[in-house]
Design a protein around this ligand. Structure first.
Ligand code: FAD
Ligand code: NAD
Length: 477
């Protein structure tokens, strides 16, 4: 038996690495097992999020948005931007540099916090022991507590098997060496919309094939209707109720066949991105003798405090129930560390914000009107369009609106939905108000700087009580 630790974490994504740092802050002796090999061929921390997820996708969303603004909108600002040229290799290199800076930053934080990085694949053994395999060498470590944070992997579909060349998953779509002329995205979810937007802005013809008959069903219905309209006007060809039936890789591209309401359809494209969801990465996380409970979809079963059925063993992040979001995993990581230290932490799973980083951005927290209607909760909603704010006009960001939903009786905020520029940042105010069980009146009575996009949040909260200043026509009955 090798060394023993207070805590061993398996997986150094945003769930595992944050748990490890918080444990170290609480004076525990911590090791993290991580097997990721980065694009440069070197071991890397940060998991999906830093290496092939949140960060590289946002880097490309930013670069492609700048390109789109310069090529399509500079003119209206009196800027002559003729002769603009795309250097995709440099764009990808910048994205890789951002990733490298952040992942090596985590390695620095590990050193500073005296967290040991055990490189290799970890597996939970009976009695809080962890086996680590690296280059065919195996060591076994003991710990008082083990945190499983093995994350998730893309879901494959047999009708479009990923070959990494013509048919790719999200990691492949972060690295196209040239802009495809035609791209099909299978799955109109968050990845499909974000990466579909990147390549559309850079000039690809993008068709999104979504199996469901509704677009962004988890968002507020008014928001998803508005989003669909805006994405279509940007040239994203979004086809609903489209069931992919097959794909054939040819010398020049891929033939994709699908069925929709009009019958059998076919498309000839250069590349296909499969983005139909992710599944927990748990197939080899524990020796069967441990008796770790895993559900039929592969999620490790945990209680509200992320405790598994095994004493001293916890699981957090994408490998357990709940939304597959980096900030959700990180908060669970902090909570488990504090639980181990004898504190009484709580993650409120009702207050995890969701964001889609398209243009316009979409963000929400809490309940939608549809969910409240289904639950029979009486509510009032106030709404305000960005187009009626001075800042939105000044910065060319008039699309979208803010909706604040409050309880009819108590005025407590039950949900906030934003579609528009910087929705990802604006939603933070709503999360704080809701975390403090605040009311629409609390937002309405809070001074918001002028001119800012946050004034739309202020006005939407005022509108809950029919007193938005820059909006005509809505009167108390
Ligand atoms: P992961 O980040 O998947 O990390 C798990 C780690 O565990 C990996 O490093 C893996 O190598 C390691 N591991 C697994 N098994 C073992 C083992 N047996 N031994 C050793 N190591 C092991 N979320 C957001 O909140 N915002 C976004 O903008 C966003 N954008 C995304 C964009 C894309 C393209 C993708 C694919 C995902 C995005 N996500 C986003 C989702 C986000 O990346 C995940 O929710 C998040 O990474 C989950 O964190 P995690 O720590 O649970 O798992
Ligand atoms: P998703 O669940 O968001 O969307 C998948 C979509 O594919 C759904 O709309 C689904 O109906 C559709 N689909 C499923 N099977 C299909 C099929 N055979 N043909 C056509 N459509 C099909 O999943 P995703 O976009 O792959 O993202 C995976 C996870 O990563 C999500 O849980 C998301 O939370 C996370 N993520 C988050 C962000 C963010 O927070 N901005 C960004 C990217 C990814």
């Amino acid at each position: 038996m090798s060394e023993s630790y207070d805590v061993i974490v398996i997986g150094a994504g945003p769930a595992g690495y944050v748990a490890a740092i918080r444990c170290a802050q609480l004076n525990m002796k911590v090791a993290v097992v991580e097997s990721w090999i980065g694009k440069n061929g070197k071991p890397a921390l940060g998991g999906t999020c830093l290496n092939v997820g949140c960060i590289p996708s946002k880097a490309l969303l930013d670069s492609s948005e700048r390109y789109h603004h310069i090529t399509h909108e500079a003119d209206t600002h009196g800027i002559d931007a003729r002769g603009v040229r795309l250097d995709i290799a440099r764009m990808l290199a910048r994205k890789d540099a951002v990733v490298e800076q952040l992942t090596s930053g985590i390695a620095g934080l590990f050193k500073a916090n005296k967290i040991e990085w055990l490189q290799g694949r970890g597996k939970l053994l009976v009695g809080q022991q962890v086996e680590v395999t690296h280059d065919e060498n195996t060591s076994v470590y003991a710990a008082s507590h083990v945190i499983l944070a093995s994350g998730s992997l893309p879901i494959d579909i047999p009708v479009a098997p990923v070959d990494g060349e013509r048919i790719v998953d999200s990691s492949g779509a972060l690295d196209f060496a040239k802009v495809p002329d035609k791209l099909v995205v299978i799955g109109g979810g968050v990845i499909g919309l974000e990466l579909g937007s990147v390549w559309r802005r850079l000039g690809a013809e993008v068709t999104v094939l979504e199996a469901m008959d509704r677009f962004l069903p988890m968002a507020d219905q008014q928001v998803s209707r508005d989003a669909l309209k805006q994405f279509k006007s940007q040239g994203l060809d979004i086809r609903l109720s489209a069931k992919v039936t097959g794909s054939q890789v040819t010398e020049s591209g891929v033939e994709v066949s699908y069925d929709d309401a009009n019958g059998a359809q076919a498309l000839d494209v250069d590349k296909v991105l499969v983005a139909v969801g992710r599944r927990p990465n748990t197939s080899d996380i524990a020796d069967p003798d441990t008796g770790l409970n895993v559900d039929e979809r592969g999620f490790i079963e945990v209680d509200q405090q992320c405790r598994t059925n095994l004493p001293g063993v916890y699981a957090i992040g994408d490998c357990v129930r709940g939304p597959m979001l980096a900030h959700k995993g990180s908060e669970e990581g902090v909570a488990v560390a504090e639980l181990i230290a004898g504190q009484q932490p709580l993650v409120d799973h009702n207050l995890i914000p969701s964001v889609v980083y398209t243009e316009p951005e979409i963000a929400w927290v809490g309940k939608t009107e549809q969910q409240l209607k289904e639950a029979g909760t009486e509510f009032v909603s106030g709404q305000f369009p960005f187009a009626a704010t001075g800042r939105a006009l000044a910065v060319d960001a008039t699309a979208g609106f803010v909706k604040v939903i409050a309880d009819s009786t108590t005025d407590r905020v039950l949900g906030v939905h934003v579609i528009g520029r910087n929705a990802s940042e604006l939603i933070a105010e709503a999360v704080v108000v809701m975390a403090f069980e605040g009311t629409a009146e609390d937002i309405a009575r809070t001074v918001h700087a002028h001119p800012t996009l946050s004034e739309a949040m202020h006005e939407a909260a005022l509108d809950v009580d029919f007193r938005a200043i820059h909006k005509a026509g809505r009167k108390r009955r």
